[in-house]
Structure formats: C-alpha cells, structure tokens
Design a protein around this ligand. Structure first.
Ligand SMILES: [Zn+2]
Length: 165
C-alpha cells in the first residue's frame, strides 16, 4: 500500500502505527488500517487531519471508530485532531490488505471475492475451515449486515462470508 508515511515526518508514521491498533468492532482481528479506512494522515497548523472512509455506510461502527481515533490521538498528544469523512470514492473491499484477508480466514470468515464482484458473478466462496468451494448461501445477512451466511457442503460448518462491495 502506498502511503505518504515513508516520506513524511516521524509523527505521521507514529500516528499510522497508533491507528493500526484500532480494531474494527465487527471483526476484531482487523484494524481500521487493514481495512483501508484511514486514507490519509497529515499535519495541519498545530494539529492533524485524518482522512477517513467508513466501510459499509449502514454499519453502526463509524461513530464508534471516530471516537476511538480521537481518543487515541488525544492520549498521545496529537491534538487538535480533525477527521474528514471521505465518502467519494466509496470504500471497497479491494482496499483490504492481503494480511487482512488471511487473518479474516483464520478468524473463520471467508474473505471477499473481488474478481467475482467486479464481474457481476456470484462469488466462489470457499470455506474458511477446510478450503472447500462446495458451499451454499443460507442467508444474505449473516451475523451483521456486512456478511452473508454460508454453509460448507464438505465439512457441514456454517460460516460468514465478508461481502464485497
Ligand atoms: Zn468446510
């Protein structure tokens, strides 16, 4: 992922590192930077501006996350902090990094299938436990609106699929 962090002042790198530790409340193995929600960190005057794109607009997590960002920034003396919500372009599961997809699988959630999504095809959802692609959609809505519920026809276990958008 190309970040300005490599050419930016030490504080910017420090802030990215702090933000990397904020978990997504719905998928605690992923942080907001894993998901690509943090778009930018830049100094402005005496303070900081953070560009933030929420994931699924219907997810109630956004307000919580904005509070977490403000809290961690304040705790480490990076104030004032101004968070700019960037809704265009909208968030897409493509912004999720490779490490995040693997952690998602280990957590028991099948990661989003971007190729199928862009081609308008139903995704070939694989079972996060046994890897089988013989899976059946049970419900468009899993444990949260962001996920669909599947069942593996090989190992018979139900699992969540992280829907791509
Ligand atoms: Zn399975």
């Amino acid at each position: 992922m190309q970040r300005l962090a490599t050419i930016a002042p030490a504080e910017v790198r420090q802030i990215w590192a702090l933000l990397e530790q904020i978990p997504d409340p719905e998928v605690p193995v992923l942080s907001i930077t894993d998901l690509g929600m943090v778009r930018s960190v830049s100094p402005q005057g005496e303070g900081w501006v953070i560009g933030f794109t929420p994931t699924y607009s219907g997810c109630p997590a956004t307000e919580h996350l904005l509070g977490e960002i403000r809290a961690v920034m304040t705790r480490h003396g990076f104030t004032p902090v101004h968070i700019v919500l960037q809704l265009d372009p909208p968030w897409t599961t493509d912004w999720m990094n490779a490490g995040a997809r693997e952690r998602l699988r280990q957590y028991g959630i099948s990661p989003p299938q971007a190729h199928a999504c862009h081609a308008g095809l139903p995704p070939a959802v694989s079972c996060p436990r046994c890897g089988s692609t013989h899976t059946t959609l049970i419900s468009e809505f899993g444990s949260t609106a962001c996920k669909a519920l599947y069942r593996c026809d090989s190992c018979r276990e139900p699992f969540d699929y992280f829907k791509c958008i």
